[in-house]
Design a protein around this ligand. Sequence first.
Ligand code: NAQ
Length: 334
Amino acid sequence: MNALRVFAHIVLQHGVLRYSSTTSNLGNSVRNKLKVSSKQLAKPQPIDILNNLCHEERLNRHVLTAHHEGVASHAKRRKSKSCGAAIAGKNIIFVAGLGGIGMDTCRQIVKRGPKNLLIFDRLDKPDYITELQKLNPKTKVAFYSYDVTVPLSKSKELLQEVFEKYETIDLLINGAGIMDDHQIEKTIAVNFTGTVNTTTAIMDFWDYRNDGPGGVIANICSVTAFYPNCQVPVYCASKAAVFSFTVSLALLAPVTGVTAYSINHSITRTTLGQNFNSWLDVGPCITEKLSDTPSQSTAQAAKSFVKAIEANKNGAIWKLEQGKLEEVKWTGFN
Ligand code: NAQ
């Protein structure tokens, strides 16, 4: 119940993600758990998100370490297989690769020469696939019709088909998203459950514990996961959920062999907000509001996106804002 009395907020400032608690309840409980003084906690200290000292997480790490010993041989095998670039020569699945952010990112990906780029989308745009194919004839581009809201069993069937054909997949990008806060269940289904289901489905093929080779997941979240916009709280909460899920995936990497990082765009000029509905109709049209706010083009965002993919850093929180890529640091409680 203490947690209910806590007013905690996450602020993204100067490239530093701070989680701050303004009442003593959480502060005391955290202090007790961490056995550190209030003086030590007062100053936010940059720490890697994977080294967050929260008690539960240390417990997790203990469990993970035990598992890790069991999967060390897989890790070695994967290391020897996967050196070098994260795009060139790889097999990549891009879920929602034909949207505004998706298509320009696909253009950048294809230029870097993956072996296969498999685009999963509910949109069917053959002309886009032709364009991508022409950009780099050495890369094979294929389209698979996929609605992320299908049952998990259907996602698994599609991946079974893909793995039978391509044998290995190195990177999964989850990017499906809608913004319409009148459609509450659909927003959660597309933005959150869809990403979780696609990820769950690919684990059958990647997980070390199934004798899989591991893999990499890039989840498109949003800066609204940290800076909620009160006109579209359902959308923002769905993005915060994907962000949290991604952090957990990264923490599980020693067990599963599957690393993960989040891609958090700031406002990017696409049609996402065009048919926006505000939850409880609380605000003016977000499209007008967004047009007054500094933004980036999809081409700028795409260049940052491929830099993040090439960095290939488990647990990284990438912010893509106004043409710049920045890794956000988690500073823990203060
Ligand atoms: P766009 O509408 O162009 O693309 C959405 C993509 O999701 C399309 O490929 C669409 O087919 C796919 N999709 C939707 N429902 C699907 C389903 N059921 N199954 C399979 N695919 C489905 O919008 P976009 O801006 O290119 O969005 C791409 C991703 O970036 C989304 O996840 C979006 O939430 C995220 N994103 C966009 C922005 C932005 O400004 N455009 C931002 C952050 C994240 C900060 C900013 C916001 O959160 C908006 C306030």
